[in-house]
Design a protein around this ligand. Structure first.
Ligand code: S3P
Length: 161
């Protein structure tokens, strides 16, 4: 991969990843989409059938496969939280961009989304606080997304790269 986007749910990883890939004339890979394609079922179905552990195993396998390709990778909100995945990211020496947002912004953006098994509105702030250190540990660039449009954020990342 040429650049990897990490961060919590609702920070714009997929939207910005798609736009950034277009800007840089690179392929965009969305890790959640890859997991769904490879599994042949939706994320809530994977959680229901195989639990979070089953999802995380698929996520690590897909991350390793994706990192061998070129392009812009949008990860899932929990990808960089797993130590094994952080090791994969660090070993690759690919620039990692951490997109941040406050819990209020996240809630506004994702609402109560049935496609996000870990996105319960009353748990978002706690989960975000628990995960912050893990994101920080692998981030090469931090981008605050609260008050910016996707185009401005894409400009910032493209300029930094
Ligand atoms: C998850 C975030 C989701 C998806 C899965 C688990 C998480 O991705 O990978 O539901 O643990 O935060 P998004 O960040 O794209 O919503």
């Amino acid at each position: 991969m040429n650049v990897v986007l990490i961060g919590f749910m609702g920070t714009g990883k997929s939207t910005i990843g798609r736009g950034l890939a277009k800007r840089l004339a690179l392929t965009h890979v969305d890790l959640d989409e890859l997991i769904v394609q490879q599994s042949g079922c939706s994320i809530p179905e994977i959680f229901a059938r195989s639990g979070e552990l089953g999802f995380r195993q698929r996520e690590t396998a897909c991350l390793k496969a994706a990192m061998a390709r070129s392009g812009v990778l949008s990860t899932g909100g929990g990808t960089a939280v797993q130590a094994a995945n952080r090791a994969v990211l660090m070993a690759a020496k690919t620039p990692v961009v951490w997109l941040t947002a406050t819990p209020e912004t996240v809630l506004k953006r994702i609402g109560d989304d049935p496609n996000r098994p870990l996105g319960r509105p009353d748990q978002l702030a706690t989960l975000l606080a628990e995960r912050t250190q893990a994101y920080q540990a692998v981030a090469d660039l931090i981008i605050h997304t609260d008050d910016e449009t996707p185009v401005t954020l894409i400009d910032q990342i493209a300029f930094w790269l």
